[in-house]
Design a protein around this ligand. Structure first.
Ligand code: FES
Ligand SMILES: [Fe+2]
Length: 537
């Protein structure tokens, strides 16, 4: 694949030198060259001292004095492309230091001008003029800082993009090799970003056959299982988690509890009962259980001590969380709140007949949108020549190109995304930062059983706060969410069917599958028992 060719050199700034305002004996007069300021005499000695003080910070070689990588060819090899990127970053680094020094020097000048003990008497008019000029200089310097900021952002984007291209190439090579030697259903994929240590133990992505029992390590996480708003004082919420039935309710103190949804007496489902003074009452013979699973009432017979299984259960950020693992619960509970400025508009729970990994694979993929969501949010979208997910080499978060969508996989089963929606239906070519309004989504895919997922969906907006007060809006959001999900569901159900019959649902990953692939690598590594999990900083 010749994709590396897209790595064109970073465009250099036009103004490579400025005239000096600092290199005259009277000081401030015209434009300036930062380093020239420290070379002037007389009044510039203060700058010399300042520069000495910070010399280690500012004495960085101007990369323009080195050989600028020349790019005449349309396609670069990996090393040439990396050389270009390295040069760009060196330049950004040098430029940022110059900007900082400029601002520091200007700051000193302002202090000097305002110094009442200055040896030189200046009229108010002159002072005003000097200050106005300095103000202008400062504005210019700040502008330069913003340009540098944008330049660094672009350089990082380019690096991430190059990584994608390199991965593409490696994937292509691997797939070509595989296709000549193996049948499709036996193709394995070797991730291109293995570390030196992991190379000895190459990981392949093979997700086929009936879903295996869940690995105990997957249980040692905090799992959100319900929204606080849905758990009233008298409600019972039945859930399935890792193939066991549980019931959520609020105890006497109003705190949530999670106990086994099976009565100790004769295995009646407790969620069919009711909450009685903070205890779950079984509908069959009235045994009552507290939030830690202790049976506190046993009507019509001699009381015996009985306790059913319970899970550590807490309420955090308007959600109910459980710890289903056998290890002690982590003291750190993740934060899943939308970013500042967003307001929650909908919280929806759905029980879906698919394995949670397949649903996560689907949510972590955006390339399917113009083909799958043709009746909903992607109606009318064109099909881009390339869809890329840009992310740091070791990350589980990044953004989609050309869609203004940021996305993150948050272990063990959570997807967070922010979508720029300033131009609904025409999302191409904008980053989320460029969009004026955004929609933030939380998807929690709770592993209920090997073919069931409890999906918690929360939608937030950073605009239209009044929509929250529109009657029945919640029903409308639920309708939209279900419509979008149904477009996916029929496909994922089909995948599940084939997977159970032996097909590999990760048979042939390509570059836009990056985030899904990383999720699978993370999960495989966890289930293999490795201490160090990939992509976790
Ligand atoms: S089955 Fe629950 S009290 Fe008898
Ligand atoms: Fe989808």
């Amino acid at each position: 694949m010749n994709a590396i060719g897209a790595a064109a050199p970073f465009s250099l700034p036009i103004s490579l030198s400025r005239s000096s305002k600092f290199n005259t004996t009277k000081g401030y007069k015209g434009g300036f060259v930062v380093f020239a300021a420290s070379k002037g005499g007389g009044e510039e000695s203060g700058f010399d001292e300042k520069k000495d003080l910070w010399s280690s910070l500012f004495d960085v070689e101007d990369p323009r004095s080195k050989l600028v990588p020349q790019v005449n060819k349309k396609f670069l090899d990996v090393n040439q492309a990396l050389e270009v990127a390295r040069y760009d970053l060196q330049y950004c680094d040098w430029r940022a230091r110059q900007d900082l020094l400029t601002i520091m020097l200007l700051h000193d000048k302002v202090v000097d001008v305002l110094n009442p003990l200055a040896r030189e008497y200046k009229s108010i008019g002159t002072l005003k003029k000097d200050l106005a000029e300095l103000q202008e200089e400062l504005a210019q310097a700040h502008k330069q800082v913003h340009i540098s900021e944008a330049r660094v952002g672009a350089a990082l984007d380019k690096l991430a993009y190059m990584e994608t291209l390199v991965n593409d190439k490696l994937l292509d090579d691997k797939n070509t090799a595989s296709s000549t030697t193996t049948t499709l259903s036996h193709t394995t994929y070797t991730p291109p970003y293995e570390t030196a240590e992991s190379k000895a133990e190459r990981k392949s992505i093979r997700v086929s056959g009936p879903v295996k029992p869940y690995h105990p390590r997957l249980k040692n996480f905090w799992y959100p299982v319900a929204f606080s708003n849905d758990l009233k004082d008298d409600t019972l919420i039945p859930i399935e988690c890792f193939e066991e039935p549980w019931v959520l309710f609020r105890g006497k103190d109003g705190k949530p509890g999670c106990i086994k949804n099976t009565c100790a007496h004769r295995a009646c489902p407790l969620d069919l009962g009711s909450v009685n003074e903070g205890r779950v009452q079984c509908p069959y013979h009235g045994w009552e259980y507290s939030a830690d699973g202790t049976c506190e009432k046993m009507p019509s017979t001699k009381f015996v001590n009985v306790k059913i299984k319970s899970l550590t259960c807490i309420e955090h950020e308007r959600m109910i969380w459980i710890w289903p693992g056998n290890e002690p619960s982590s003291p750190i509970i993740p934060s899943l709140l939308p970013p500042p400025g967003f307001q929650i508009h909908a919280e929806i729970v759905m029980e879906l007949p698919v394995e949670h990994g397949l649903l996560l694979d689907n949510l972590l993929d955006l390339a399917h949108a113009p083909f799958t969501h043709t009746s909903t949010f992607a109606k009318g979208w064109s099909v881009p020549s390339f869809v890329k997910f840009l992310t740091p080499e070791s990350g589980l978060q990044g953004y989609w190109d050309p869609y203004p969508i940021d996305m993150e996989f948050r272990p063990p089963c959570i997807v967070l995304s922010t979508i720029g929606i300033s131009k609904p239906g025409k999302l191409e070519g904008q980053s989320t930062k460029q969009c004026a309004t955004h929609l933030h989504q939380l998807h929690v895919c709770l592993p209920s059983s090997r073919n069931k997922t409890r999906l918690l969906y929360r939608m937030s907006l950073d605009f239209a706060p009044l929509l929250q007060n529109v009657p029945f809006m919640h029903i409308l959001w639920k309708h939209f969410a279900e419509k979008v999900l149904n477009e996916d569901l029929r496909l994922v159900l089909g995948q599940q069917d084939r997977m159970i019959n032996g097909a590999n649902v990760w048979n042939w990953p390509v570059s836009y599958d990056k985030l899904g692939v990383r999720y699978r690598l993370w999960r495989n590594t966890l289930e293999k028992g490795a201490k160090q999990l990939p992509f976790i900083k």
